[in-house]
Design a protein around this ligand. Sequence first.
Ligand code: SF4
Ligand code: FE
Length: 483
Amino acid sequence: MMTKDQYIESLRKLNLNLWMFGKKVENPVDDPIIRPSLNSFALTYELAEDPEYDDLMTATSHLTGKKINRFTNIHQSTDDLIKKVKMQRLLGQKSGACFQRCVGMDAMNAVYSSTYEIDEACGTKYHENFVKFLTRVQDEDLAVDGAMTDVKGDRGLAPSKQADPDLFLHVVERTEDGVYVTGAKAHQTGYVNSHEVLVMPTISMREGDEDYAICFSCPTDAEGITLIYGRQSCDTRKLEEYNSIDVGNQTYGGHEVLVIFDRVFIPNENIYLNGEVAFAGMIVERFAGFHRQSYGGCKVGVGDVLIGATAVAVEMAGCAKASHVKDKLIEMVHLNETLYSCGIACSSQGAPTKSGGYLIDLLLANVCKQNITRFPYDIARLAQDLAGGLMVTQPSEADYRNPELQPYIEKYLKGVASVPTEDRMRILRLIENITMGTAAVGYLPESMHGAGSPQAQRIMISRQGNLEAKKDLAKHIAHIEGK
Ligand code: SF4
Ligand code: FE
């Protein structure tokens, strides 16, 4: 496995064509806007080195028998699925942000089991191809980004019916050795911190969409790829002269980028689906299922940090004993643990696929994610309720560092007399960061839309909910004819 330092050094070798604020980024590793996201990603390596977290952070490869980082593991049991969620909660607690490596893990697990079944049905060699890629990822402990979401254009039209054919990523030319692809993947979490990208189709496909039913991997810096960094609320605070208090979370963060593929060549051995339209939906459903499970871990860990920050803030303000305050903190814990329960439940009810890799219970994973589209917003609302307005109206760190102003700020922003005012400012900025700042991208809108927007889960719940069986149960008890 790579150490944290080896991982960071390995990223320096990438030659990414990355743009931010209209300019090319020559050194993403040391860029002050990007670096916190790299620090979060690096935690997935750092904690794997720590014997205390060995059981959660590492696994044994079913391919080679070697010890590997759990983020490169193919789940071999329900125990593996549960440990995955626990690992994600741990990382959320340690970073207070999105640590990004889950997308690749979820993509690899989806593609592993799907390619096995595609080969069985179609006589293709995709699984063999994929196992070669996976073995390299495990041996070299590579960081992999999973790329699913196309930009989609007119949502009412199928991929092949769009006015612009590139609005879904597709094959533009086939040669004996491979294919050329063009298109874009949006909201790509952690791409800049990854060595490889595993690209999947974004929706179920039908006849006529063959060129769009494409799944492959390639290096993140492959020729023809352009990256445009996503803006986050309050991101430029990281560039200010005083950039410790106001950023809220100085060390950790997350990022998303728009990834543009312009005639990128993919050799045959890195292709895992190529035109078998009937199987695009299987990859999508499994990836989405795994990623919906993931949120029952990572968002809960960030929720733990937010609840803790809120509890500290009310203590600093001297109102921790008020009964409504205690009750609101209890409500936050209740909501957060409900999310965790769903993550654990869909894992414990997982089952093996034909490949041997384990899949979560899809109904429960979708229920998990549906709750994720709501409860973090409720938790954030309660955090803002208890934190008070100072979270968004307090002066800047630059004002606080000004000798003329500091005495005033010290005096008038004081809560409980024994608490340093600076500490109070710090904890309020952390709450601001998670509920409105850079980390809010991961904690709120990503809870809404990541791994599929709410309606996507409702469609799956309606498919998997087995209403007919429930009707039969009722008819039987009511002694209605026929049951
Ligand atoms: Fe992992 Fe959560 Fe970030 Fe997705 S949002 S990559 S599950 S930490
Ligand atoms: Fe996500």
